[in-house]
Design a protein around this ligand. Sequence first.
Ligand code: AMP
Length: 115
Amino acid sequence: MGNTIFSKIIDKEIPADIVYESDAVLAFRDINPQAPVHILIIPKIEIPTVREIKGEEHSQLLGEMYDAANSIAKDEGISEDGFRLVFNCDDHGGQEVYHIHMHLLGGRQMNWPPG
Ligand code: AMP
């Protein structure tokens, strides 16, 4: 039983526009999109921040999240032009939900620095 709104989405207790699901990973559209395509890719296990990621333990999971991102980017038609993948970490990183999530953003030109 997780502690965040994303656990409720995983458990299908609250709705989400799901675009990808496997045993380990879920992806759904961000409720407040910052680009024409804005999808969150999350592990089904709760890892609060990227600080808790351990290469030895989570490499397969992270690999699947990147595979999902590439596959979804193709499905969404943003793969060829390019896209951005972002993990926010804690306060200065701008993290609001403490269940790690990869933002997949695309469909427009991204700016740098991100602000
Ligand atoms: P972060 O600031 O990196 O923690 O990003 C959290 C993201 O989750 C934000 O972009 C929110 O718009 C998004 N979000 C929060 N609640 C929901 C929800 N119920 N369904 C989809 N996206 C959500």
